[in-house]
Design a protein around this ligand. Structure first.
Ligand SMILES: CC(C)(COP(=O)(O)OP(=O)(O)OC[C@H]1O[C@@H](n2cnc3c(N)ncnc32)[C@H](O)[C@@H]1OP(=O)(O)O)[C@@H](O)C(=O)NCCC(=O)NCCS
Length: 155
């Protein structure tokens, strides 16, 4: 298990604040590589909608007022979901992703969530290794999606 001493200095984990964090978080996601694809759900109005429930599950990692990591969680009363875990390339492999996930998992547990899911694209080997070393198990299922307003395709 990693010791917290490798975490970058001055690291703070806190809840995402709208609108002040919006641009920084979008830029983090845009620069995070192919594992994060910006979709309609990441537009301002959709983020505002998401924050109407579980605002305490949208977390950012910050160093000296610069956002260097994020994770967006949700709980529907039965299962948790994890979206958009991302750490700025410069700060990867120093425990920031694990710190964000640990905090999110604890918050989900406190809400009574007993099981959570996340989606990873097949070619995102780094994320797959990350999740598999963090206790996440691959599930042998097909994922179905449906656009309920027929406008665009989403995960
Ligand atoms: C996945 C991601 C969030 C991991 O963040 P991180 O801060 O680098 O992760 P950590 O430092 O906490 O890593 C914890 C452990 O995961 C594993 N791990 C993380 N990155 C890895 C990599 N590139 N290759 C192999 N194992 C890796 C290691 O076991 C690591 O522990 P170690 O450094 O002691 O070996 C980061 O790589 C990222 O932002 N990727 C791009 C965005 C993305 O694809 N997100 C996932 C969307 S599903």
């Amino acid at each position: 298990m990693r010791s917290d001493s490798s975490l970058p200095d001055h690291l703070i984990l806190r809840e995402f604040q709208f609108p002040s964090d919006f641009t920084q978080v979008i830029n983090l996601w845009k620069n995070a590589g192919p594992g994060i694809q910006l979709r309609r759900s990441d537009e301002k109005d959709e983020i505002i909608k998401k924050l109407q429930r579980d605002p305490d599950l949208f977390l950012v990692a910050e160093i000296d007022q610069v956002i260097i990591g994020s994770v967006l969680g949700g709980f529907d009363g039965r299962r948790g979901m994890v979206y958009h875990l991302a750490v700025d390339d410069f700060y990867r492999k120093r425990g920031v992703g694990s710190a964000l996930m640990n905090e999110l998992e604890n918050r989900l547990k406190q809400k009574g969530c007993i099981r959570s899911y996340l989606l990873v694209t097949r070619e995102n080997i780094n994320a797959i290794r990350f999740y598999e070393t963090s206790g996440w198990e691959l599930m042998d299922l097909l994922i179905y999606g449906k656009d309920l307003d027929q406008l665009s395709s989403e995960y």
